[in-house]
Design a protein around this ligand. Structure first.
Ligand code: ATP
Ligand code: MG
Length: 367
């Protein structure tokens, strides 16, 4: 018999819809395939349907329409405890009557793992989350961040094939959070664990994931690797939601050969890549990343359109400089550049001409 293709989905959502009240769909026609060993993040604003998707995958909610498959099987055929899924919920859900060590021992006991091996795995998992000294405590005797780390250790201790994590680092301070981001990522990579991760922290999503699904209002707006998501957003929502972004509204003037010109309200014209526009006269919102804006003329193409700008504010940020500019009628245009020996600091009131490479400027929907 033919081996299953190696790119066959390990987790597959097929046309999944979910309504809690029979009226409003909170997940609308979700199609999503996740490969074995992939780290996939669901990113989106509050209420966009992320937790609902995890709950359906875990088996605590059922889809109103559509199917969810795990390793080729319809998930409805597999009872939740037989799915081999590790889970970290938004609220930590530790067993309150058990000590930390007992909480971690539980998923191992269920799987019939012997005492010596259990203790070794528990010690390693507690070490990973820097909670080795707390094995004897009850959850109520721990801080929120400590409980969150125990929940994380408990989800990973039995080395599941699939781990679902819902905001697992939300209660941690920045330093611990960054430490845990790397720990989780390394562990998942080393053990070949498939991870479906939920966060509304975009930096976390970009740094940890193989691919990110950006959710809004129950719909995946874009599914792409981090660099593609950041550099080639497919619509205005994604451009706004991921990273800092300049948006200028205007009207398409010309469009040909993968380039367009856009006229801004003050009459000036800029070059862009047409993404969500197809004909002259259409309204558009163009998107440019602050670090792709250039004010040194020698860095721009000779024929590039430039715009007049006035410096309103200059901020020293250590490794970079940030300037807020008045450009084409907006006071919120941001330019960022590296703090390098040959770069100068700008002063409020200074006038500049700014520009960018046309490929760094995307003409998106006007919504
Ligand atoms: N058990 C429930 N009964 C009814 N409505 C629910 C239920 N759980 C969630 N919802 C609704 O479904 C929508 C999606 O909720 P969900 O929890 O999936 O969002 P989320 O993306 O995880 O948000 P957050 O980032 O705030 O955790 C919301 O409008 C929410 O109010
Ligand atoms: Mg949620």
């Amino acid at each position: 018999m033919k081996e299953p293709a190696s790119d066959e989905a390990f987790v597959a959502f097929e046309r999944v819809q979910k309504s809690y009240d029979g009226v409003t769909l909170v997940v609308k026609d979700l199609n999503l395939s996740i490969a074995k060993g992939e780290f996939l993040t669901m990113l989106g604003p509050s209420g966009s349907g992320k937790t609902t998707c995890l709950m359906m995958l875990a088996g605590f909610e059922t889809a109103t329409h559509g199917q969810i498959r795990l390793a080729g099987r319809d998930i409805n055929d597999v009872p939740p405890h037989k799915r081999g899924i590790g889970m970290v919920f938004q609220n930590y859900a530790l067993f309150p009557h058990m000590s930390v060590a007992e909480n971690l021992a539980f998923p191992l006991e269920v799987r019939g793992i012997g005492k010596a091996e259990r203790e070794a795995k528990i010690a390693r998992a507690l070490d990973m989350v820097k909670m080795g000294a707390f094995a004897g405590r009850r959850p109520a005797q721990l801080s929120g961040g400590q409980q969150q780390r125990i929940a994380l250790a408990r989800a990973l201790v039995f080395e599941p094939e699939l781990v679902l994590m819902d905001e697992p680092l939300g209660a941690l301070d920045k330093q611990l959070r960054e430490h845990m981001q790397f720990e989780i990522k390394h562990l998942a990579d080393n053990l070949g664990i498939t991870v479906v991760y939920v966060t509304h922290d975009q930096t976390e999503a970009l740094t940890m994931s193989d691919r990110v699904a950006v959710f809004n209002d129950g719909v995946v707006q874009q599914l792409a690797p981090p660099d593609e998501l950041y550099e080639r957003p497919m619509n205005s929502f994604v451009a706004r939601f991921i990273g800092e972004n300049n948006a200028l509204e205007g009207t398409v003037e010309q469009i040909a050969g993968g380039r367009c010109t856009v006229r801004l309200p003050d009459g000036s014209v800029i070059d862009a890549v047409p993404v969500n526009v197809s004909r002259p006269g259409e309204r558009t919102r163009v998107s440019i990343r602050p670090e792709r804006v250039e004010f040194r003329p020698e860095r721009l193409q000779a024929d590039a359109h430039t715009l007049e700008a006035e410096v309103l504010e200059f901020t020293y940020m250590g490794e970079s400089f940030r300037a807020r500019l008045r450009v084409a009628g907006t006071d919120e245009f941001v330019m960022k550049y590296r703090n390098a020996a040959d770069q100068r600091r700008l002063r409020p009131g200074e006038r500049l001409r700014i520009g960018w490479l046309p490929e760094d400027c995307r003409a998106l929907d006007a919504a």
